[in-house]
Design a binder for this molecule. Sequence first.
Ligand code: NAP
Ligand code: MN
Length: 266
Amino acid sequence: MKIATVLRNDDYTREVEQALKDKLRATKSPCEFVSGPDEHPDMVLSIGGDGTLLEAVHQYGIEPAYVGIHTGHLGFYADWRPDELDEFVERLVQQAEPAIVEYPIVECRITMRDGQVFDKWALNELVLRNASLSTLVACVYINGDELETFRGDGLIVSSPSGSTAYNKAVDGAIVHPSIEAIQLSEIASINNQAYRTINSSLVLPKHHEVELIVMNPEIMIGLDREQAIWKDVRSIACRVGQEKVKFARFKRLTFWSRVRNSFIKG
Ligand code: NAP
Ligand code: MN
């Protein structure tokens, strides 16, 4: 089995990686460490936080299975603590075929005013904001039908596993990752006598499409950790992705126990 690691940039994380490699080599199991997507690893170990895992999936894509080891607090994408490395290595060596869970992604098509098209995806979410602090104006269409003209700070289209991140901070619902859906949530919408939005998060099933027609000449688009200013975007269409990100589960840790551990009682 070919394994790659993606690390948060700190000394403790590098120590954990070294300890893990030493322990795995000591087992003499046929594991090989590789160092880039070109070497097509079967498994990618993200060591750090949820942000590190997001970085890993954008670096290695949807091919490999991912495992998260956290070197900060318990994460949504990370199952293992550094003090559990022995147990993790034991299971990694013993379980040739671990349980795989798959998380849906958000697929987005960005269409420019000149017709150029860019296809992107996010594991957590797409964020649309104005490039400056003034109001974002975007017409929201669902499956080709107009819903509203949104005015406010921004819009988030999150995946189920991303629903506990930025989406939650704007009062979006937490969606179990077995539900193939995307969620559209508002960031500080303007609602008064002149302007109106639905003012609730919307959960859309597979094959539904939310299209955001952009009125501002310059916008900020965030895709997980990446953010960039875009000029002359006509629209952003989002739907549940065709493909999913795979996680290798060497221990049972339910989504709802992650919710409790992260938000209620760690
Ligand atoms: P960051 O500033 O470290 O992330 C903010 C927090 O979100 C961190 O505690 C991070 O965990 C956590 N997080 C990331 N994905 C999560 C998930 N799926 N469920 C629950 N918590 C999650 O930045 P980052 O590490 O690069 O992460 C990027 C993400 O930050 C974005 O995708 C967005 O969801 C989130 N974000 C949140 C807000 C907000 O809540 N107001 C604003 C901007 C961005 P770790 O510390 O383990 O990395
Ligand atoms: Mn982070």
